[in-house]
Design a protein around this ligand. Structure first.
Ligand SMILES: C[S@@+](CC[C@H](N)C(=O)[O-])C[C@H]1O[C@@H](n2cnc3c(N)ncnc32)[C@H](O)[C@@H]1O
Length: 237
């Protein structure tokens, strides 16, 4: 007899977004917890939507918003924000130590007028907080490759992630910059882009660092002589 497949129900939780009272430009997106510090589930099992607008994060924003997924120490976004004072760029990092470190560098490099750091899981932030058609470009460089097969499910470049990216990108040709040193994750990612409606890989493994700015991990990997795969993807909708 065939084994009956059990439906896996992923619980949904409340998450709250707030700017750090002591560190302007550092935003926390974290579980709302009960007194025992357990995350509180939503009553209907549906995602909790937040009344967020980019103006809340960037009071002077001019409509040009870019998002970096997994910024690490913030090396790329700081240099990019310095180069483009007219772009408003949100970095993201779920690890508190890295997020705080990147934020301190952002402060000392004086980019906090047009850059901010989100500490939290950026997938849920996109899904729960970001309105449709509000983002101009995404940058995703050297995401955690989760090399073991049983951990592949943790990889962020998945169809449900791309669905959120496509929803929040503005209509017209909008760009996603991608880079990794991991051959197998790169192949799967490019297959995922190829299969996603409206997605077109316009530079396949031949792109240079975006505007010549290498990321922190990239600088290290280049020194080690690892191959680097960079691509540029357009979303048409
Ligand atoms: C390998 S590092 C690369 C950092 C940077 N992009 C670079 O190239 O130097 C990937 C980073 O993404 C962060 N990260 C992974 N998944 C994330 C998620 N869902 N939301 C926010 N940050 C995430 C990790 O904590 C890690 O610091």
């Amino acid at each position: 007899m065939e084994k009956e497949e059990k439906e896996i129900v992923v619980p949904e939780f409340y998450r709250d977004l707030s700017e750090d009272p002591e560190k302007k430009g550092l935003w926390h997106y974290v579980f709302r917890s009960d007194d025992g510090r357990k995350p509180i589930r939503t009553p209907d099992g549906k995602p909790h939507k937040l009344p967020f607008q980019w103006k809340d994060m960037f009071p002077n924003e001019n409509g040009h918003i870019e998002v970096e997924i997994g910024s690490g120490k913030g090396t790329f976004m700081i240099e990019y924000a310095q180069k483009h004072p007219d772009y408003f760029i949100m970095g993201s990092e779920w690890d508190y130590t890295w997020a705080a470190f990147a934020h301190t560098r952002m402060e000392s490099r004086k980019v906090l007028d047009n850059a901010a750091m989100l500490r939290g899981d950026v997938f849920y932030f996109l899904r729960d907080a970001v309105k449709d058609n509000t983002v101009d470009a995404f940058h995703m460089y050297f995401p955690d490759p989760w090399p073991k097969e049983r951990h592949h499910k943790n990889r962020l470049l998945r169809p449900d992630f791309l669905a959120e990216v496509a929803r929040v990108l503005k209509p017209g040709k909008r760009i996603f910059y991608w880079g990794t040193d991991h051959k197998e994750y790169n192949e799967i990612a490019l297959e995922t882009f190829d299969a996603f409606p409206g997605c077109k890989v316009v530079e396949r493994n031949t792109a240079e660092p975006t505007e010549g700015i290498s990321t922190g991990f990239e600088r290290k990997y280049k020194k080690e002589g690892r191959p680097i795969y960079r691509s540029v993807i357009e979303f048409e909708k």
